[in-house]
Ligand binder design. Structure first.
Ligand SMILES: Cc1cc2nc3c(=O)[nH]c(=O)nc-3n(C[C@H](O)[C@H](O)[C@H](O)COP(=O)(O)OP(=O)(O)OC[C@H]3O[C@@H](n4cnc5c(N)ncnc54)[C@H](O)[C@@H]3O)c2cc1C
Length: 396
């Protein structure tokens, strides 16, 4: 596909627009950081040592992380601190999707705190024009085992029944708050063996809060061979239930884990047979959402340039207005800037998923971002080379 397509389509090769908000100093720091992440051994040992250094509360460990990788991939340590990133993004017409980034939480106290943080984020978003959506994960609010048991259809003990109703109450509080504040709530998709429970929770919230406009969004992982069909079924169910469907479309983040579990436990792998099959279903899902644009509000959540450009092209072919309230695209903060900023500059809806939280709480997220950007995964080419291109263009 010709990425420099004229006629109103974004030119994602334009690094000048992509990095317009970065000073020369910031750009050089970014180039240095990505060149460091391009060293697999450094990432491997740096991740381990960094994690330990923060755990042992070694002096300066948090400061070093905060001024390097945290600054690149997170919006701030608190909601207040994200204001700076939100403002910078908004000057380039890029929306922010707030994502409380604390992970690996397991106690009821942690679950309550995630709920409270998400409620705060929804309040905060309601007063920020450029924060239309907040994102959350069901595993941040309930034990993994509980979701697994619900998904398998096994009977709950009395204690589990209580824990399940506590989860439903927490999620309902978030749905109600989102609805009252006029802020969207994206709910992440996770491992396939807990996804039926998540789908149940999200469907329940959609039926309550999506009757007038879309507030609640489920996530559809098109790397699963059954999810295109599930998207279609979800729309039929929404129509029958008298509500609108919210759909965040992703390829899926747990491919290795899914395949290994399926093979270890000897059941059919839920993952598509090839990347091409995933791409084909992803495209079909986008087309399906566009065809049903009055009943579905959706987000193309992908770093894949072709997926985003296809959406832009199809919108133009179908004469769908560029700022249609039912369409959004999104990439992770600190990644794929040429895509996000050039989509926005051409008038298409564009946003960044902006995680925030205390440095020690977001370390697992940061390690994943660093690993993704090593040369091993091939993503390094996608990020580092465009930064280098802009460094050269500016003659730095
Ligand atoms: C804003 C945002 C929100 C997200 N939310 C979620 C979420 O809620 N849940 C979630 O699981 N993920 C989520 N992700 C991650 C997403 O699912 C992908 O892992 C990631 O974005 C890479 O896919 P891509 O479309 O960006 O790029 P691409 O590089 O085009 O695709 C890579 C993806 O293709 C798939 N793939 C690769 N090789 C194969 C193969 N051999 N066979 C079949 N499929 C293959 C995998 O899903 C892989 O991650 C989110 C991503 C973004 C940007």
């Amino acid at each position: 596909m010709d990425l420099s397509n004229p006629g109103g389509l974004p030119n994602i090769q334009n690094t000048e627009i992509a990095f317009a908000s970065k000073s020369n100093g910031e750009l050089k720091k970014m180039a240095w950081l990505f060149s460091m992440m391009n060293k697999p051994l450094l990432v491997k040992w740096g991740s381990k040592l960094g994690l330990k250094a923060v755990e042992w509360r070694l002096p300066f460990a948090e400061t070093v992380i905060k001024n390097t990788i945290f600054e690149q991939f997170c919006g701030g340590a608190s909601l207040e601190e994200t204001r700076h990133s939100i403002k910078k993004l908004s000057t380039n017409k890029v929306f922010t999707i707030l994502d409380y980034g604390a992970e690996g939480k397991e106690t009821e106290e942690d679950f309550l705190s995630t709920k409270e943080e998400t409620l705060k984020a929804l309040s905060f978003a309601s007063s920020e024009k450029f924060v239309p959506i907040v994102s959350t994960k069901v595993t941040g609010m309930a034990p993994f085992d509980l979701l697994e048991k619900k998904s398998s259809g096994a009977a709950f003990s009395q204690e589990e029944t209580l824990a399940w109703s506590e989860l439903m109450n927490k999620m309902d509080a978030l749905g109600r708050k989102a609805s009252e504040s006029g802020v969207g709530l994206y709910i992440d998709a996770e491992e396939s063996w807990i996804q039926p429970a998540i789908d149940y929770v999200v469907d329940t919230l959609m039926s309550r809060y999506n009757t007038q406009k879309v507030v609640i969004f489920n996530t559809f992982q098109l790397y699963r061979h059954d999810r295109l069909e599930f998207l279609k079924e979800s729309l039929s169910k929404a129509k029958a239930g008298g509500y609108l469907l919210g759909a965040k479309l992703v390829r899926g983040a747990y491919m290795q884990k899914e395949s290994s579990r399926a093979s270890a436990m000897n059941y059919e792998n839920p993952i598509q047979p090839s990347k091409e099959a995933t791409d084909r279903d992803f495209d079909s899902a986008v087309e399906f959402c566009l065809e049903n644009i009055n009943s579905i509000s959706f987000c193309v959540a992908s770093h894949n340039a072709e997926s985003n450009l296809k959406l832009a092209r199809w919108m133009m072919e179908k004469n769908i207005q560029k700022d249609h309230p039912h369409i959004m695209t999104s990439q992770l903060y600190g990644m794929s800037d040429p895509l996000t900023f050039n989509m926005a500059s051409s008038g298409f809806p564009a946003s960044k998923y902006v995680p925030y939280g205390k440095v020690r709480d977001v370390i697992p997220y940061l390690i994943r971002r660093a690993q993704e950007n090593t040369s091993v995964t091939g993503d390094m080419g996608r990020e580092y080379s465009v930064i280098q291109k802009e460094v050269k263009r500016r003659g730095l």
